[in-house]
Design a protein around this ligand. Structure first.
Ligand code: A3P
Length: 327
């Protein structure tokens, strides 16, 4: 499949199988912010290609009890979480000390170290997940409702990272402008906020995704760990230890925690050549995953009234859930 532009292959739709085309013709569809057309499947909006990836994943992915699956809404800290958990679970194999200059994260973008399930299932159907070293570490944006059955029935672990919606929206806004200018030109900020608040954008609605995993983490705390970008940012070390305990990673020295925090910090990762100059195989530039890495950066982009609109929407959707997100 061609990768000539900066659009990742899993956002293209040239490789659909007939069964998916039939399904797609029966789904609600709309022109969307960020994409020319999107389809509503199991409550969420997808491109045709991502939908194909999700369907393949639902059909073929066999979770193992030792698997670790990182789940996020896009632009919620996926790259960072991948780096942190990769460094954590591989700390015996790849010691994270400032003296060792050959840690994989220093020479490889986190997205290449941790496969993206539905992306791989669309772009590289021949990828052999059984060849990943154990424990297998993978990530997905798939909603809890749409997870492959084996993920739910096995004892694999899910780490879910949520980010405050205004920062997530703004991160997506800038990412979209860079990656898909042709599909954002007719979406001024106000219209994009409208789409976000209606839940009608690729991967939306935000709140269903968050709440499904929030409730799953309440019901089954040994299976799903709920962390937030904001807590990770404020107390990265504490959160690493919480993740380590949840994953049963054994004891971890304070010094190791400090080294992981440092290695995976925004400043450290974003300054590496691989993350400044590199490209993923699908053509996307690695620097697109590192912008500001701040809490509350939405203030530079959103007016008070647009921010309030998002706040009101989320407050209403989260009412009664017990979930409060700081921003
Ligand atoms: P901003 O656009 O607000 O800067 P994802 O990895 O899910 O695509 O999320 C990207 C967001 O995470 C971007 O947010 C990016 O800057 C931020 N990010 C990437 N690496 C980070 C890190 N090591 N620490 C904190 N934030 C990071």
């Amino acid at each position: 499949m061609s990768s000539s532009s900066s659009v990742p292959d899993y956002l293209r739709d040239d490789d659909l199988i007939q069964e998916t085309r039939d399904l797609i013709s029966s789904l609600p569809s709309e022109k969307g912010w960020l994409v020319s057309r999107m389809y509503q499947f199991q409550g969420r909006w997808h491109t045709e290609a991502l939908l194909q990836g999700i369907l393949n994943c639902q059909k073929d992915f066999e979770a193992q009890d030792s698997d670790i699956i990182l789940v996020t809404n896009p632009k919620s800290g996926t790259t960072w979480l991948k780096a942190l958990v990769f460094a954590l679970i591989n700390r015996q194999k790849f010691p994270v000390s400032s003296s060792s200059g050959n840690h994989p994260l220093l020479v490889t973008n986190p997205h290449l170290l941790v496969p993206f399930l539905e992306g791989v299932y669309y772009e590289s159907p021949d990828f052999d997940f059984s060849e990943l070293p154990s424990p297998r570490l993978m990530n997905t944006h798939i909603s809890h409702l749409s997870l492959p059955e084996s993920v739910k029935s096995s004892s694999c672990k899910i780490v879910y990272c949520c980010r405050n919606p205004k920062d997530m929206f703004v991160s997506l806004w800038h990412f979209g402008k860079k990656l898909a200018p042709e599909h954002t030109a007719d979406y001024p900020l106000e219209k994009a906020v409208e789409a976000f608040c209606e839940g009608k954008f690729i991967g939306g609605p935000f709140w269903d995704h968050v709440l499904e995993y929030w409730y799953a983490s309440r019901v089954n705390p040994n299976k799903v760990l709920f962390v937030t970008y904001e807590e990770l940012k404020k107390q990265t070390g504490v959160e690493i230890k919480r993740i380590a305990e949840f994953l049963g990673c054994g004891s971890i020295e304070e010094e190791e925690v400090r080294e992981i925090v440092k290695l995976c910090s925004f400043e450290s990762l974003s300054s590496l050549e691989i993350n400044r100059e590199g490209k993923l195989p699908n053509g996307i530039e690695t620097k697109a995953f590192f912008r500001k890495g701040e809490i509350g950066g939405w203030r530079d982009t959103l007016s008070e009234s647009l921010a309030e609109k998002i706040d009101r929407t989320i407050e209403e959707k989260f009412r009664g859930s017990g979930l409060k997100l700081s921003c």
